[in-house]
Design a protein around this ligand. Structure first.
Ligand code: CAA
Length: 379
């Protein structure tokens, strides 16, 4: 694997790093408000102006026409400063827009992709339900044939970007007798009658990101709002999640790097008047530095495979699993070894700790990723 960035990838890294440091870092307290106003619409607008909302999408569809690695670099760099912006971008692009590029008809691409890739619209991915988190195949939201179209009934839970999105890629059962082959994907617009944004979740971390339930009450859809063929929804979802999990790996990597940086600064600050760092802190520091490096390699290895159009199910799961565990360990060590500041609200370590935790849980829990990896090895 070539570990040098191309000029284009370096330019992306520099652009996103500059944006994060000069325009995002100062408004973190605003994103931490944990209310409806916390969603950083102004920053998402800026990201659209900077061409970040459709990085791996062709210019023909109003994207930046850059490669998948550049896109992962952007999530990684953003998440070093704000994991909230990292997840907004990852969900919007990987699972909100790219499935339409891949599976959409020419007309669907024309109708949706340009608005999403330019950042005029925000995308969301509605798979999870109250009783169907890890076992995605057991969703109950139904899409019943109704004339030439469908009628959607049911609900979704913990949907990222929900409060601010314009298009919701929604998965529903079209044939309850066919298991995963009885699930289909639909494009539901925010203003569709019968579709409602439900309760907003108050979360431990990622306060600026909008997470809500979605309600579908007799939502009428035309047949051309179905994405892909009838019964292809589960495969569309899983394929999209392969890419999405690399994005979440990059988000976790950004959190881990920030935590390691805090820890390094805290151990350096000790100096002449303060005692040397305890051996346990030094050991944790060294261990984490090695783990962060390994996480970086796994994330970019999976991204390189995805970019080449090769299968990356196992590698995406490995990257997400390892990077998220590393993020939690790194943030926990920063809380532990940054002295009294580590536990203080005003300091970044406790936010990183809260933000890190969900990376082990969403886009497939790490327990699911262990199963996916083992299944792939046993195939
Ligand atoms: N790519 C393409 N197709 C795939 C695939 C992949 N990676 N993985 C499975 N499939 C296909 C299989 O080939 C199979 O197709 P056929 O019937 O044609 O053979 C079909 O899907 C069923 O596969 P499985 O038998 O492996 O499916 P399963 O029911 O055993 O489930 C699972 C597998 C991996 C556990 C799945 O349920 C899963 O991923 N669960 C976790 C759900 C998840 O990640 N949710 C994330 C929600 S979004 C989110 O979190 C966003 C956010 O907020 C940040």
């Amino acid at each position: 694997m070539d570990l040098r960035w191309t000029a284009e990838q370096e330019a992306m890294r520099d652009k996103v790093r500059r944006f994060a440091q000069t325009e995002v870092a100062d408004v973190i307290p605003q994103l931490e408000r944990d209310d409806e106003q916390a969603f950083p619409i102004h920053l998402v607008t800026r990201m659209a102006e900077l061409g970040l909302m459709g990085i791996p999408i062709a210019q023909e569809w109003s994207g930046a026409g850059a490669d998948f690695i550049s896109y992962i670099i952007a999530i990684h760099e953003l998440s070093r400063v704000s994991a909230t912006l990292g997840v907004i971008l990852s969900v919007h692009t990987s699972v909100g827009t790219l499935p339409i590029v891949k599976h959409g008809t020419e007309e669907q691409r024309r109708q949706y992709v340009s608005k999403l890739a330019s950042g005029q619209w925000l995308g969301a991915f509605a798979l999870t339900e109250p009783q169907a988190g890890s076992d995605a195949a057991s969703i109950r939201t139904s899409a019943t044939r109704d004339g030439d179209g469908y009628r959607l009934d049911g609900s979704k839970l913990f949907i990222t970007n929900a409060g601010a999105a314009n298009v919701y890629l929604t998965f529903a059962v079209t044939d309850p007798n066919r298991g995963t082959r009885g699930i289909s994907a639909f494009l539901v617009g925010r203003d569709t009658p019968g579709f409602h944004i439900g309760r907003r979740e108050r979360k431990m971390g990622l306060h600026g990101s909008s997470t809500c339930e979605l309600l579908y009450d007799g939502v009428q859809l035309s047949a051309d709002q179905r994405l892909g063929g009838e019964g292809e929804g589960f495969t569309i979802a899983m394929g999209a999640l392969d890419g999405g999990r690399i994005g979440i790996g990059a988000q976790a990597l950004g959190i881990a790097e920030s935590a390691l940086q805090l820890l390094t600064a805290a151990l350096t600050k000790r100096g002449a008047k303060r005692p040397a760092p305890p051996p346990a802190a030094r050991a944790a520091h060294a261990e984490l530095a090695a783990r962060v490096e390994a996480a970086r390699l796994l994330v970019y290895r999976a991204a390189a495979l995805r970019q080449q159009g090769r299968s990356c199910t196992k590698e995406a799961s490995m990257a997400k699993l390892f990077a998220s565990d590393t993020a939690v360990e790194a943030a926990s060590a920063a809380v532990r070894w940054c002295g009294e500041q580590g536990y203080a609200k005003e300091y970044a370590a406790e936010r990183l700790f809260r933000d890190a935790k969900v990376t082990q849980i969403y886009e497939g829990t790490n327990e699911i990723h262990r199963i996916v990896i083992s299944n792939q090895l046993l195939r």
